[in-house]
Each structure stands twice: as structure tokens, then as C-alpha cells.
Design a protein. Structure first.
Lengths: 670, 556
């Protein structure tokens, strides 16, 4: 079969899954919705592998396939079609998305078992995977925008999954609104580009870019900056990042899937896909690189002080995506996408392990209440450490090879990019610190009550379920988290999913080892064949120097964390007191929420209130609508009053009107 | 003047010979006249079978034959009987509209009190004569034939309105129509006389040439005699087409008349009046267009506003459709005002559309009246969607089409009218039309909402209705039996058993049935189906309309 056939089937499987679950949710027995969902994604994954093999069957120069099954509109210069583009990049993304999704579906089958919204959860989750696969396989801007908006909707549905938690619905709305800002950016950016290229098709657009746009032409830069707005909103980059920490209100597997491994990397995919545009609009590319760099630093610093275990990982996600955005903006495409894949492995693993810890804590998420789970949760501890080491970039874990690949590329490009590279190393140091702060606080030290109970075989259950954010008492009915809590040690599906990811987090790096093998780079090179930046790879020696520096910095970070939280407990408190202003800044997340509130939310609210109280109520409601209906009503009353039913009045009125008509003609004659 | 004198001269010098008659072209009219007379005679037979079955069947057959003959004569325009009548495509299309309305009326009259009370032969015979009058009216090519036509169409209608002889409302309706109609006819006759006086001609073509000659010399056009005549003719026609401010008889007469006759008047009479507007103003008086067009446009505006505004807040469906008909006449007048090919075509198209959608609506009212005594009330429609979805759907289609919602023939018609108005530099009138349509949604949608969104209310017992709905005292006839908004208070008077012993042998058919008669439901379904069908595939109607338009352009 042609690779595009596989492409269509990859999209079709989760679509069928979500429909099947959604339409028959009332009749599905027990856990079958979960297994249907998992099977659908597994089929997608299998088909992605088939697509990969089909691509490899062609010579590298001929690995780009498009397929159109329907044309929405091909008139007045618009060529909107239902078409997909199957090339190494889209197949690579489909593999990562469907592979990680499959494992997280498997994990969820157990994790969500007792939730009253079990079937709804899996239909949403399948819908998300469908949207994400549509996004990465789209062959034109229109379908990309559709997939882009769909993943935003799926994200909203899953963040607000526990819809009777006010914190969850609030977080969902926040995520949706910020993502819509990104959607608008994407649509407008598309327009700027379409205006000159007169096509929305990817292949035709990229072919036309060099003839149509001059280097850094204003319209192209504007278009690319607007695309960046879309990418930044979806990938939670400063200043459109504030929704991601709040998105942790969703179920933990959702955080693992959508808000760590897949959806938030859509921005990285977008920039990589649009690389011919960004290479022509270097100003926009620089903005992207600086934005990514700022994000990686800001998020890493906030990650140092957060106490909610999921939020620490969320800020870590932002920070790591900052690396990727920076990478693809400066031309390190294969390095950035390589990091995207390894990050998907170890970050999903970290979230799953965190989910297991939260299960052991009966839903509590604060690091302040955790401690000493090392013996109670040996498997989880192992997975968490593997994920943490990969995240920190310690050899030989996958994160080490991928992250330092990016930084080596930056150093290689020289000039101002060296500053970005140094910032990246600072971020790496911070990464080591916050990651192991989390591990040391949750797993080492004196076991808390829950850990001690678990060592004796009792899984702690809270008497009253509480919202981990506000401490409010909650129900366990539909719309709230279910009553059950699960730990990986006891549930096979969770264990399997985490084991696979743990192995991948360790060995995933072998795909690209400088001087040994460059699998990712070689596989993706047909997509980036037209890029001049992608060919400027650093030498193997420079690569290894970078890797060595990265390894040292990671060890340094972990050492600092060990010194502060294990060797000399109390250091953290002293530091907090001594650096009070810095701590205040960080614990308030650099005041971004307040800034956005001041600059955007309050003026919008004021305009909205004005529109409601003055425009809507007075102008529209009273003057326009009220006035019109009043006139019509008065007219109706007048007509009916004239309709007396008396014949003499009718005749009289007729004569009067007749006289009027005759008079008109007489006057007009003179 | 010259034409008349030569004709008189011919008649005087030669032996008394009639003008040559082209019988084939005249055949539709002949068929109607013959059918009407046969019906009158057959109706005299005492057999119940004959009166109940054969007479209506013969009436349908007459209309059927007429339609057949119209199709046969299609595309053979001819001026016959010394140019008194012109049988062209416009006339033939209008004749077909009248005949289709006639057939629908016959079917709707099944088991209604009126034919039984006034005699089957008379009732259906008069119906056919009225159609004959309309056919003469719209074919007329000179002033005398025109007047003959209007009288021939009006007099049977006066009687038909009063044909439910034992119901006060019906009698009142007939009398009101007669008195006000006389005023209208007198006005028209006076106007025709003045035009004859000014131009010295009765033939339309001679009037037209006198006007165009007058245009060059600046003579006749400034003549107060002619202009007053034109004004009076406008009033006379406006009365027949129930155009405001000469519409006031319409709601009262529509409400009082037997519902099938109301449906007939609403569609056929309106088509006849609008057809004559086209014939007279766009052929005979086209030379004076800059004189009468502003007046007619002003009247159209008043009509659209008054009709739509008046229909709001009516509780009687027939009154509401009466006002709605007033507004629709205003829309169609727009096609006359512009005086272009496009205007003529749009008006004819709208007349056909109006026939379909209005008959569908009236058929539902007839069906409602068969099953409950307060069937004319909007409130009585509540719950019809659950009770009888077929009828509810046809009513919904009818209302949506009258409002001009896309997917129905009403939209196509309104679209063409707006097109014609904008094309003819009367954009402001098109805006008035659209605003009127917006207001009209207020009462059309109310009907739909009542059918689908409200729970059914039980039908009141006839005795309670006879006591006067809503506490209103029963008005005596003539002096205002139908105050606005009052439910048909006199309905109970026609209830079974209230009549004297001289009642016809058949039991009074107004007795409420369990189910509406299938024939009535069929009519409503067929016409609603046509409304939707031509709303989606309008090209046959466009063909018809362009034929009608070319019929008139041949004369220019």
C-alpha cells in the first residue's frame, strides 16, 4: 500500500474509536471503552510503523507523498482540500504521538477505572489523538488549522474533565481562551502567507516561498510572527504559558499525554514544518529562539519553588519545550525533534510515576506532605529516578544525548547564539536541581504516614475526598474524581506502560549518537533537504565536548539538590529567607498571571461591561429593539382601531383616500 | 375616437353582423360558460347522488377542460372579437391559476355547509361564472370589456360570500362585500369614463397611442381629465386587489365568508386584479408611467406596512391571512410599478407562488374547522404538530413560504420581486418589501410556534362559543359584526340543530368530524408539496413567467 493509505488509516482509527465509544457509551460493559480506545490507538501505532516501512522502501529523495480525497473548494484562488502530507517528519510525529498515546491509554484503563466518567474519558482521549494525528498529517494550512483547533478543544474537554470542580473548569476556560488566541494567530499568519503564495497547500507554498518573498520581507515576517503566536500559545511559551500549570487540574494521564508528550509539542512541529518560511524570515526565527530561551529559564526558576508535584513537572515541560522551540528556530531541526521524542518518553514517564505517588497519597499533590516513599513504592521510585535522570541530562540517558545535541548546535552557529547556548546550560543546571528536589522530597527522608501504611500493605484512602488545590471537600460522583486510587506497584497495565517508557527513556538516545549513528537526522533529512541551516552540523568533536559539558552540569545540578535537600536539610529555608524578594517573585510565577490580568483581562472586562450596560441594554435593547417593536405595535393598534367593522366608516375612508389619490393626480397635472 | 366611430359606422351601414370570432382562441372561456350553465341545470335534479357527487365532479371537470384548453392555446397569442379580448400567454397563465384555485375550492367545499345550504348547482355554478369573469377581466383589451369582466367576477362572489345562508357572519360578509364592492365598481366605472373622455378611445392600444402622442405634444398627459381618471382606476383596481387604504373590507369579508370561498378570493381574485394592473398600467397607460408610478409605489408602501402591521395580533387565522394577503398584494404591486419585463415576470411568478402557498394554508384551516368549532382560531392550532403532523407540516411550509424563507417558492418569488425592483430603480421599495417581510415573521412564526411548541387546548363546546367569545357582545350584522381580535363570536349560530325545519335533507355538514376529510388533507399536501418543489426547482416557473412577460412585450 502507498504510504498515504496508511496515513489516512492512521487518522481513521482513533476517529472510529471515539465515535464507537461516544455512540455506545451506555451499553459498553465495564472497562471495554478503555480497551476499545487503547486498541484504536494501537492500530494507529501499527499503521504508523507500516507507513514508516513504506517510506523506507523508497529512496530518500522520493519520500514525500500527498493524497487528496476531497476538494472543499478550489475556486477564486483557494485550494482547500482534504489532503494529507506523508513525509518523514509527519510519520515521525505520528509514531511519537500514537506510540506514547497507546501507552497512556493503557495506563488510563487502570487509573480511571472507578471514575464515573470512564467512557466519556476514553472518547475524549481518542478524539484528542485523532485531532493530533490530523494536525501532524495535514497536507495544507486549512486542515492544519482544523487539527490545531480540535486539539485545543480536546485539551479543554480533558482539563475540565472533572467538570464539577470549579478549579478544573476555570483552568479549562483559561486554556481554551489562550489557545484560541493562538488559533487566531495561526489563521492570520496563514492569511499573510496565502496572500502572496495564493495557495494553502504545504508543498506548493514551500516551493513558492523563495520566489515570492524577499529575505525578511515585512509580510513574511508578520506572517511568521503570527504563526509563532499560534506555536507559543499551544506550546505554552512565555508570555502565553500561564494556562499550562493550571491545566494540571485534569486527570494525571491527561497531563502526561496532552500537556507533556504530545499537544504542547505542536508548536515545535509547526516551526519545523514551516522551516522554509522561517529560514526566509530570519527575524521571526530569532524571535522564536529568544522566546524559547526566555521560557526555558523562567519556567526552570519557577520549577524550583513549586510545591505541587504535577506543577513542578508542568514547569519542567515548559522549560524543555523552550529548548525545542529554540532548537527548531535556529535550524537544529533534527536535534529539536529528537529532544521532542525523548522528552515525550521521560516526561510521560515522570507524570505516570507522579500519578502513582498521588494515588498513594489518596489524591494529595503537595510535596510538603510527601516524603519517604522510597521503600513503599520501589517500582515508582525507580521509574521516577530514570525519568529524572533523563530529564536532567545525565549520561547515558536519552535526555543527555538529545538536549546537548541542541546546545552543541547553538555553540556551533556562534555569534549571538552562543548566549542562547549558555542560557541553555544554565537551564540545564536548574533542571537538575528542581528535578532532584522533587525526587528527594517525595521519596527520601522520613516516611510520611501514607508511606508507612503502604509499607504495611495498606493503600491510604482519604476519609473525605478533597480538592488538592483548595482543600475543599468533594463528592466522588460524576464530574469529580472517582473514589479509587491506584499505584503502579499493584496494577499490571500501569506497570507495563511505565516499564516500556522507562526502557525508552534509558535507551531512546541510541538513535542519534554523535560519531556513531545519526538515525534521526538521516531519516528526517528529506524533509529538511531544502534547508541550508540543517546541513551546518557541528563536528563530532564539538558534539562530544558539548555532551561532556552537559553531563558535568547535570551532575552539578543533582549535587546541589542533594546538598540542599538531603545532606543539609534546612538549607532551603535559609536560602528562602535570605533571598526573600527572589522567592516572592518565583512563587508568584514572575507575576505573569497578574500582568495578563492587568493588561488584557481587566480592560476586556471593562469594555465588555460597557458594551453590556450601555450598548446592549440601552442602545440595542431600549432604543433599537424597543423602539422598533414599539412603532410596529403602535401601528398595529392604529390599523386595528381603524377596523371598526362599521360599513359606513369603511366607505367614508375609501372616499377620503380616493379624494387623496385624485388630488395627487390633479396637482401633478399642473 | 376614430376606431370607435368606424366601428359604429360599420355596424350602421352593413347588415347586423357580429365580429368574426376565433372560436379556438375563445375556447377556454366557452368551456367555462358552458360548464357553468350545465351545472346550474344539473343542480336542479333532486337526486342526492347528483347533487353531492356529480355536480362537484362536473365543476372539477369544467376547470380541468379549461386548463387543458389553456395549454392547447399556449404560445398562440391572438386578439379576438374585434380586439375586445386578447388571449395571450399572460391571460392563459392567469386562467390556469384561476382554474387551479377553482379546483382547490371545489375540493375544499366538500362537506362544508355553504354548498348544501345554498344549493350545489348554484354554488359551483357561481364559482365557475366568477372564474369566467376573471378570465374576461384579464383578457380585456378595451374599457368596456374590462368593466364587463369585473362585474361578472364580482357579482357571483357577493353571493358566494353569503352562501352559508344560516350563519350571520356569512350573510354579513356578503352584504359588506356587495356594498363596498359597489363603491369600488362605481369608482372604476367613473375612472374609465374619464379616461375615455380624455383620450377618446376605449381600446387599450388606442389609449396607449393617444398617450404616446400626447407625450410628444405635451397635451393629453397634462389633462386633469385623464389624470383623475387614472387615479380613479387605480382606486377601483386597488379595491379588488385589496390594496391599502382600500382594503378594509378584506379582513371582515374573509373572516365571514365560507373558508373555501375565502381561499378562492384570496388567490384567484387577487391574481385577476394584479393581472389587470399589469395589463392596464403596463400596456394601456404605460405612456403615463412617470405620472402613476410614484402614486402606485406610495400605495404599495402603505399596503405593505398596513397589511403586515395589521396581521400582528390577530387571533383569527382567516383574518390574519386576509391581512397577509393585503401585504402580499403590496409586494406584487412593486412588480407593476417598475413597468419592466422583469417586473411583469416577477409579478406573475409571485402570483403562481402565492396560489400554492395560500391554498395550502387555507386547506389546513378548512381541515381544522371540520374537526373543531373554533378551528379558525390561532390558539386552536396548539398541539397540531403532535395531533396531526401532516397538517402541521403543510401549515408550517405555507407560513414559511409566505414569509419568504429559502427552500420554498415564496422565497423565489420574493427574490425575483426584489430583483425587479432594484433593477427598475425602485431600491427603496425593495427595502420596504424586506422590512415588511421582517415584520411578517412576527405573525407567521406565531402560527408555527403554536402548532409545534404549545400543548393542545380542548375545543370549546359550541354552546359556549355561541354566547360570544371573550365576553364580547354579538354585533348585529352591517354595524360591525367583526371587531378586531374578537374570535368568531357568531360561529355557534351555524351550529347543527339551530336552523329551522326547512333545513336541507342532508345533515348539516358543519357537524364536527373525528378526522379532517382526506380530500382536504390531500389538497393541503399537494399544494404544500408544490410550494417546496418549486422552491427547490423553480425553473418551470421561470419559463412560465418569461412566457407571460413576452406576451406583453409583443404589444409594445
Amino acid at each position: 500500500m502507498a504510504p498515504t493509505t496508511f496515513g489516512w488509516l492512521i487518522i481513521l482509527c482513533p476517529a472510529v474509536g471515539t465515535m464507537l465509544i461516544a455512540l455506545s457509551f451506555k451499553r459498553l460493559p465495564a472497562r471495554s471503552a478503555g480497551w476499545i480506545g487503547t486498541a484504536a490507538i494501537a492500530a494507529s501505532f501499527g499503521l504508523s510503523i507500516a507507513a514508516l516501512l513504506a517510506l523506507l522502501g523508497h529512496t530518500p529523495d522520493h519520500r514525500e507523498f500527498t493524497s487528496t480525497i476531497w476538494s472543499y473548494d478550489s475556486s477564486v484562488g483557494v485550494d482547500a482540500k482534504l489532503s494529507i502530507l506523508v513525509d518523514p517528519l509527519s510519520v515521525y510525529m505520528a509514531l511519537v504521538v500514537s506510540g506514547v498515546s497507546m501507552l497512556i491509554h493503557l495506563y488510563s484503563v487502570t487509573y480511571m477505572t472507578l471514575d464515573r466518567g470512564f467512557n466519556r474519558y476514553f472518547s475524549f482521549l481518542n478524539y484528542f489523538v485523532f485531532s493530533m494525528l490530523l494536525l501532524v498529517l495535514a497536507g495544507n494550512f486549512v486542515l492544519l488549522i482544523v487539527g490545531w483547533a480540535f486539539v485545543g478543544a480536546a485539551s479543554y474537554l480533558l482539563i475540565s474533565f472533572w467538570y464539577r470542580r470549579t478549579t478544573a473548569t476555570g483552568a479549562g476556560i483559561k486554556a481554551f481562551v489562550i489557545n484560541v488566541v493562538g488559533d487566531a494567530g495561526l489563521v492570520l499568519g496563514t492569511f499573510f502567507i496565502f496572500k502572496h503564495t495564493h495557495t494553502v497547500d504545504f508543498v506548493k507554498t514551500f516551493g513558492a516561498v523563495d520566489h515570492v518573498f524577499a529575505h525578511n520581507s515585512p509580510d513574511l515576517v508578520a506572517g511568521c510572527l503570527l504563526l509563532l503566536v499560534g506555536a507559543f500559545a499551544k506550546s505554552a511559551q512565555v508570555p502565553l504559558h500561564t494556562w499550562l500549570p493550571d491545566a494540571m487540574e485534569g486527570p494525571t494521564p491527561v497531563s502526561a499525554l496532552i500537556h507533556a508528550a504530545t499537544m504542547v509539542t505542536a508548536g515545535v512541529y509547526l516551526i519545523a514544518r514551516m522551516h522554509p518560511l522561517f529560514e526566509q524570515a530570519t527575524t521571526a526565527a530569532d524571535v522564536g529562539a529568544i522566546g524559547g530561551c526566555l521560557t526555558l529559564l523562567i519556567a526552570a526558576t519557577v520549577g524550583l519553588v513549586m510545591v505541587d508535584i504535577k506543577r513542578v513537572i508542568a514547569y519542567s515541560t515548559m522549560s524543555q519545550i523552550g529548548y525545542m522551540i529554540m532548537a527548531v528556530s535556529v535550524g537544529a531541526y533534527s536535534a529539536g525533534l529528537f529532544h521532542l521524542m525523548t522528552h515525550a518518553f521521560f516526561k510521560a514517564l515522570l507524570f505516570m510515576a507522579a500519578g502513582s505517588v498521588i494515588g498513594a497519597m489518596a489524591g494529595a499533590q503537595s510535596l510538603d506532605r510527601m516524603g519517604g516513599f522510597r521503600r513503599a513504592l520501589p517500582f515508582t521510585f525507580g521509574c521516577f529516578v530514570i525519568g529524572g535522570l533523563a530529564l536532567s541530562g545525565l549520561p547515558p540517558f536519552s535526555g543527555w544525548l538529545s538536549k546537548d545535541d541542541i546546545l552543541a548546535f547553538l555553540d556551533h552557529r556562534g555569534g549571538g547564539f552562543i548566549i542562547l547556548g549558555i542560557a541553555g546550560y544554565v537551564g540545564a543546571l536548574l533542571t537538575g536541581i528542581y528535578t532532584f528536589r522533587m525526587i528527594f522530597r517525595a521519596f527520601l527522608g522520613e516516611p510520611v504516614e501514607e508511606a508507612r501504611e503502604l509499607e504495611h500493605g495498606h493503600l491510604h484512602h482519604a476519609d473525605v475526598p478533597r480538592n488538592p488545590m483548595t482543600g475543599e471537600e468533594e463528592d466522588t460522583d460524576v464530574g469529580f474524581p472517582g473514589p479509587g486510587h491506584f499505584i503502579a506497584e499493584r496494577e499490571l497495565p500501569m506497570k507495563v506502560a511505565m516499564s516500556v517508557l522507562a526502557v525508552l527513556a534509558i535507551v531512546g538516545g541510541v538513535l542519534q549518537i554523535p560519531g556513531v549513528d545519526a538515525g534521526i537526522e538521516r531519516f528526517l533529512s528529506p524533509t529538511f533537504a531544502d534547508s541550508h541551516l540543517a546541513k551546518e552540523l557541528p563536528s563530532t568533536r564539538a558534539d562530544w565536548i558539548g555532551l561532556a559539558i552537559g553531563a558535568l552540569i547535570a551532575i552539578g545540578g543533582i549535587a546541589v539538590a542533594y546538598r540542599v535537600w538531603v545532606a543539609a536539610p534546612g538549607t532551603a529555608t535559609r536560602l528562602r529567607e535570605r533571598l526573600a524578594p527572589v522567592y516572592t517573585l518565583l512563587i508568584n510565577k514572575w507575576y505573569f498571571d497578574e500582568l495578563i490580568d492587568l493588561v488584557v483581562v481587566r480592560p476586556s472586562l471593562w469594555v465588555g461591561r460597557f458594551a453590556q450596560s450601555v450598548l446592549e441594554r440601552v442602545v440595542i435593547g431600549d432604543v433599537v429593539t424597543g423602539g422598533t417593536t414599539g412603532i410596529v405595535r403602535a401601528g398595529s393598534a392604529a390599523v386595528r382601531r381603524a377596523q371598526t367593522g362599521f360599513l359606513r366608516y369603511y366607505a367614508a375612508l375609501m372616499i377620503v383616500c380616493l379624494t387623496g389619490v385624485a388630488l395627487y393626480f390633479l396637482i401633478s397635472s399642473s | 375616437m376614430i376606431a370607435i366611430t368606424t366601428a359604429a359606422h360599420d355596424a350602421a351601414t352593413h347588415q347586423l353582423t357580429g365580429p368574426p370570432i376565433d372560436w379556438s382562441s375563445l375556447s377556454p372561456l366557452v368551456a367555462l360558460a358552458a360548464g357553468g350553465m350545465v351545472l346550474l341545470l344539473v343542480g336542479l335534479l333532486r337526486s342526492e347522488l347528483v347533487r353531492e357527487r356529480i355536480v362537484p365532479a362536473l365543476a372539477i371537470a369544467t376547470f380541468g377542460v379549461t386548463i387543458g384548453l389553456c395549454i392547447w392555446r399556449f404560445d398562440h397569442p391572438a386578439s379576438i372579437i374585434s380586439g375586445a379580448l386578447r388571449i395571450d400567454d399572460l391571460a392563459l397563465i392567469l386562467d390556469m391559476i384561476f382554474s387551479v384555485a377553482g379546483i382547490a375550492t371545489v375540493l375544499l367545499s366538500w362537506r362544508v355547509a355553504a354548498p348544501a345550504e345554498s344549493g350545489q348547482g348554484e354554488y359551483f355554478g357561481l364559482l365557475i361564472f366568477s372564474v369566467l369573469g376573471m378570465a374576461v377581466f384579464v383578457s380585456a383589451q378595451n374599457l368596456v370589456t374590462l368593466f364587463l369582466g369585473i362585474e361578472l367576477l364580482s357579482v357571483p362572489l357577493y353571493i358566494l360570500c353569503a352562501s352559508e345562508t344560516r350563519r350571520e357572519g356569512s350573510l354579513e360578509s356578503g352584504l359588506k362585500y356587495l356594498v363596498i364592492g359597489s363603491v369600488g365598481s362605481a369608482t372604476l366605472a367613473y375612472g374609465l369614463a374619464l379616461i375615455y373622455g380624455a383620450t377618446g378611445a376605449t381600446d387599450f392600444s388606442a389609449i396607449a397611442s393617444a398617450l404616446s402622442a400626447g407625450k410628444l405634444l405635451g397635451g393629453v398627459l397634462g389633462d386633469p381629465l385623464l389624470l383623475t381618471g387614472l387615479g380613479l382606476v387605480i382606486v377601483g383596481f386597488a379595491f379588488k386587489a385589496s390594496v391599502a387604504p382600500f382594503h378594509q373590507w378584506t379582513p371582515d369579508v374573509y373572516e365571514g365568508a365560507p373558508t373555501p370561498i375565502t381561499a378562492f378570493m384570496a388567490t384567484a381574485t387577487k391574481a385577476a386584479a394584479l393581472g389587470v394592473f399589469l395589463r392596464f398600467f403596463d400596456v394601456a397607460a404605460i405612456g403615463a408611467q412617470d405620472k402613476w408610478a410614484p402614486m402606485l409605489a406610495a400605495i404599495a408602501t402603505i399596503t405593505i406596512i398596513v397589511g403586515n402591521v395589521g396581521a400582528l395580533g390577530q387571533s383569527s387565522l382567516k383574518r390574519m391571512l386576509g391581512y397577509s394577503g393585503v401585504a402580499q398584494a403590496g409586494y406584487m404591486l412593486g412588480g407593476v410599478v417598475v413597468g419592466t419585463q422583469l417586473g411583469i415576470q416577477a409579478t406573475v411568478l409571485y402570483l403562481v407562488a402565492y396560489l400554492f402557498m395560500n391554498i395550502a394554508g387555507f386547506a389546513v384551516i378548512v381541515a381544522q374547522q371540520q374537526v373543531r368549532p373554533d378551528g379558525d382560531d390561532v390558539a386552536a392550532l396548539a398541539g397540531l404538530g403532535a395531533r396531526n403532523p401532516w397538517l402541521a407540516w403543510t401549515m408550517t411550509i405555507s407560513m414559511l413560504s409566505l414569509a419568504g424563507i429559502p427552500g420554498t417558492v415564496g422565497f423565489i418569488g420574493k427574490f425575483q420581486l426584489i430583483h425587479a425592483l432594484v433593477d427598475g430603480n425602485y431600491t427603496w421599495l425593495a427595502i420596504v418589501l424586506v422590512v415588511g417581510s421582517m415584520i411578517s415573521l412576527g405573525y407567521y412564526l406565531r402560527v408555527i410556534a403554536a402548532m409545534w411548541m404549545r400543548a393542545a387546548v380542548p375545543a370549546p363546546v359550541p354552546a359556549a362559543a355561541a354566547g360570544g367569545g371573550g365576553g364580547e357582545p354579538a354585533f348585529p350584522p352591517i354595524s360591525g359584526g367583526a371587531p378586531e381580535g374578537d374570535p368568531e363570536s357568531s360561529f355557534g349560530n351555524g351550529a347543527p340543530g339551530s336552523g329551522p325545519g326547512s333545513a336541507p335533507a342532508t345533515p348539516s355538514p358543519i357537524a364536527t368530524l373525528r378526522f379532517a376529510h382526506p380530500g382536504v388533507v390531500l389538497v393541503s399536501l399537494v399544494f404544500a408539496g408544490a410550494t417546496v418543489f418549486f422552491g427547490i426547482f423553480p425553473s418551470p416557473l421561470f419559463d412560465l413567467a418569461s412566457h407571460a412577460g413576452h406576451a406583453i412585450s409583443g404589444i409594445f
